[in-house]
Design a protein around this ligand. Structure first.
Ligand SMILES: [Zn+2]
Ligand SMILES: [Zn+2]
Ligand SMILES: [Zn+2]
Length: 170
């Protein structure tokens, strides 16, 4: 079972998550012979700023804040980059939040479920073989062809279950 719940919910050196994600993205894009342009990379870096899913507007806002003054970030360019990152499997879309999150296991064949904290918004991506088998068998019995599978589970993360929480880590 793949999971990044430890990282999503506990304080850690997040810079390492970001640099690992960018290294994986570069390798993957190289292997698939697609270009991780500076803008695509900037969008990926922005999404990876934390373990909280970010909406498209927030991504544009954040990039505008980070950009050198006077430099305009064009929303359509950002949206196209999001589409690219989705297509490469580098990020996932969380439908219930209409937001995006970086995938910690791109390039590996996995179907996801997310544990999403309704308090701090952190989302942990998990993948369990038993779940995949159950979905596969159920779909097969229904003669249904599965194209994508993202299961979103809402609740409270370990930190937010305690009252007077110091807040979730970045
Ligand atoms: Zn992290
Ligand atoms: Zn993933
Ligand atoms: Zn939480």
């Amino acid at each position: 079972m793949l999971t990044n719940s430890r990282l999503a919910y506990h304080s850690h050196d997040h810079k390492r998550c970001v640099s690992a994600a960018l290294t994986r993205a570069k390798t993957l894009c190289n292997d698939s012979r697609v270009r991780l342009t500076p803008i695509r990379e900037a969008v990926l870096r922005t999404i990876w700023a934390s373990h909280r899913p970010l909406g498209a507007y927030d991504i544009v806002d954040q990039m505008t804040l980070n950009a050198a003054s006077g430099k305009r970030i064009l929303a359509p360019t950002v949206y196209r980059s999001i589409e690219f990152l989705l297509a490469q499997g580098l990020i996932h879309r969380i439908a219930t939040l209409n937001a995006y999150i970086g995938c910690p296991f791109p390039g590996s064949n996995h179907s996801d479920f997310f544990l999403i904290c309704r308090e701090c918004g952190s989302a942990a991506e998990c993948s369990a073989d038993q779940l995949n088998i159950a979905v596969e068998q159920t779909a097969k019995r229904a003669h249904f062809k599965v194209e994508s599978q993202v299961i979103e589970i809402a609740g409270l993360c370990p930190e937010c279950q305690h009252e007077g929480t110091q807040g979730c880590p970045e």
